[in-house]
Ligand binder design. Structure first.
Ligand SMILES: NC(=O)c1ccc[n+]([C@@H]2O[C@H](COP(=O)([O-])OP(=O)(O)OC[C@H]3O[C@@H](n4cnc5c(N)ncnc54)[C@H](O)[C@@H]3O)[C@@H](O)[C@H]2O)c1
Ligand SMILES: Nc1ncnc2c1ncn2[C@@H]1O[C@H](COP(=O)(O)OP(=O)(O)OP(=O)(O)O)[C@@H](O)[C@H]1O
Length: 534
């Protein structure tokens, strides 16, 4: 009786496996191990004596033997093809490595991609020559502008500092290049000093925010004194300081028009004091002034910074306020202090500023002001007098961040981290840390924690068209601007920081300000007198 279909299970001898001839050709080939040898077929046939079989069955048995042989040959051919492909692949990799090495040596300008699309496997060089002749790490191949590294490890040699196995295959550590992604054509050249790149290991050997020291190359000639208004003690000190700087230091003195008028009411002696007539002259102050002295509190430092829309001369802030986070110099010793500052060198805290631009009806993308508004502390977008929650859509480099529903949002510098942002639950951050604090004000959501974003981002805060009320932006607590639905405020790090002088260094200054100003973590020390671990 001839079977209509071969569809049975059988032991293959080398273990239990099922053979299903109803499989497609590919799937049979895939299960070649099941046909490990023709033995399986023989065993199967032996179990069925040929005598008594009809011709069809005998014929079928023979066909099965033939199929088994064909499958074995196919398996051998496949294994051989795989081995050959592996060999070609290995050769290709060798050639690729060699070409890469040569290409790096040639230092082709503008091509640091490490791409070798044109390399063909057929264009191979003698592998042995390559292995014998080259045995080097190719640091010298690293280019001027990018940061790259790759190394080749050879037969019998392994990098003692790594765990690379010592086998007979030439191994190539992945080659790579780092570059800083930023706007502008010269982006690649940014901050290479921060990252060192030895043999493929990335280390940040150098720090970006070192203590900055200012050394005068020529003597300062002109000092601009800024004072807090309506303060008798400030007025008295200002007159005394102007006199001393003129008589003992032979300096030119600039003051605000209001201050000059005050000095002149005191005495005509102060006629030499300079000021400006037109507001437009303020724009040029930075070209005439060597040093700015502030007499007041933090608000006077903010005021001074706001007068410079571009570069800011070094500021020496004297403390005549209540808190004095940014005013480390004491007025009692002002002569010694100024004496040392005029001689230099001066330790400087470079305080980053934010530049903010209001865009009216963001859909039109029209900037309201030509010049961005610069802030030293923060820009605040809040609900103003409205009793509704703010509804502020926030984007960071065009990626949606979140929607602020609450009283508002503070975008703060690290200098401003100890001001309004701190009161709203933001972290205190050392002023030399470059970053933008993203601090919600009374958010109506328990999970809305403050963020600190990197310095290079652009933050966009938009009042959506479906907002129930407008929002209000204020800049270092001043100049409130209404943001109607559809308006946006764009904020990024400004290129002109505010250099403020420190008595010792910026870290001591920062710690002093949080200890003295805020009494940070002030607590009576627990006494020794009591239970303790034995
Ligand atoms: N709830 C709050 O804490 C709150 C509310 C509104 C404004 N402010 C802050 O006031 C600043 C404006 O200051 P002002 O002197 O013109 O107004 P102000 O005279 O009302 O003084 C506000 C207080 O903030 C302090 N301050 C300012 N800058 C600081 C800083 N960088 N670190 C620590 N404290 C700082 C000042 O010493 C002052 O005591 C704003 O930029 C804002 O940060 C804070
Ligand atoms: N030269 C100036 N012209 C106009 N306004 C100024 C000037 N200097 C300071 N102000 C403003 O006066 C206010 C108070 O100044 P400041 O913060 O220096 O004094 P304070 O409030 O007594 O000190 P503190 O901030 O330490 O409590 C601030 O709002 C500031 O913007």
């Amino acid at each position: 009786m001839a079977p209509s279909k071969f569809d049975s299970s059988a032991s293959c001898g080398d273990g239990d496996a099922s053979i299903s001839c109803s499989k497609t050709e590919n799937s049979v080939a895939d299960s070649l191990p099941l046909f490990h040898s023709e033995k399986a077929v023989e065993e199967l046939l032996q179990e069925t004596p040929l005598q008594g079989m009809d011709d069809h069955l005998i014929e079928f048995s023979e066909a099965m033997r033939t199929v088994a042989k064909a499958l074995r040959r196919a398996a051998e051919a496949k294994a051989s093809a795989q081995a050959e492909a592996a060999e070609w692949k290995r050769r290709y990799e060798l050639e690729r490595a060699r070409n890469m090495e040569l290409k790096h040596k040639e230092q082709l300008p503008g091509d640091h991609t490490g791409n070798f699309d044109g390399v063909r496997a057929g264009n191979l060089v003698n592998e042995q020559v390559w292995q014998n002749g080259r045995n080097e790490h190719s640091e010298e191949g690293c280019m001027e502008h990018g940061i790259c590294s790759h190394e080749v490890l050879h037969n019998g040699e392994s990098d003692s500092s790594s765990n690379v196995a010592n086998n007979n295959i030439m191994m190539r550590k992945a080659s790579f290049k780092l570059s800083w992604r930023c706007k502008g054509a010269n982006g690649d050249q940014h901050k290479h000093d921060v990252v060192s790149f030895e043999r493929g290991n990335i280390t940040t050997a150098e720090r970006s925010s070192k203590q900055i020291s200012l050394k005068w190359e020529s003597d300062p000639q002109t000092v601009f004194i800024l004072t807090k208004p309506n303060s008798v003690s400030v007025r008295i000190l200002c007159a005394e300081m102007v006199r001393w700087l003129k008589e003992h230091k032979k300096l030119n003195i600039y003051v605000e028009p209001r201050v000059r008028a005050e000095l002149l009411t005191e005495s005509s002696y102060f006629n030499f004091v300079q000021t400006w007539k037109e507001e437009s002259e303020v724009m040029l102050l930075h070209t005439q002034v060597d040093l700015v002295i502030t007499l007041g509190g933090d608000g006077t430092v903010l005021w001074a910074a706001s007068m410079f829309k571009g570069p800011v001369p070094p500021i020496v802030p004297f403390s005549l306020g209540s808190l004095g986070f940014m005013t480390p110099f004491h007025t009692e010793h002002y002569r010694d202090c100024l004496d040392s500052i005029l001689r230099g060198p001066i330790s400087i805290t470079l305080r980053h500023r934010l530049q903010c631009t209001v865009i009216r009806d963001a859909a039109k993308n029209e900037y309201e002001t030509e010049e961005p508004i610069l802030v030293l502390n923060e820009v605040t977008i809040d609900r103003g007098i409205s009793s509704f929650l703010t509804n502020l859509e926030c984007y960071c480099d065009n990626s949606f961040v979140t929607c602020v529903q609450g009283d508002g949002l503070i975008l703060s510098t690290t200098s401003g981290s100890t001001a309004y942002s701190l009161a709203a639950g933001g972290s205190m951050v050392h002023p030399q840390v470059p970053g933008i604090l993203f601090t919600p004000i009374c958010p109506h959501s328990l999970s809305f924690r403050p963020l600190i974003l990197p310095e290079h981002v652009t933050v966009r805060v938009q009042v959506p068209f479906n907002s129930r009320s407008p929002a209000w932006a204020s800049f270092d607590g001043k100049d409130r601007k209404k943001l109607e639905p559809g308006d946006a405020l764009v904020c990024s790090m400004a290129p002109w920081p505010v250099p403020t002088a420190c008595p010792v260094d910026s870290t001591k200054d920062f710690l002093r300000s949080i200890h003295d100003g805020l009494h940070w973590n002030l607590r009576k020390t627990q006494s020794f007198d009591g239970p303790r671990d034995s």
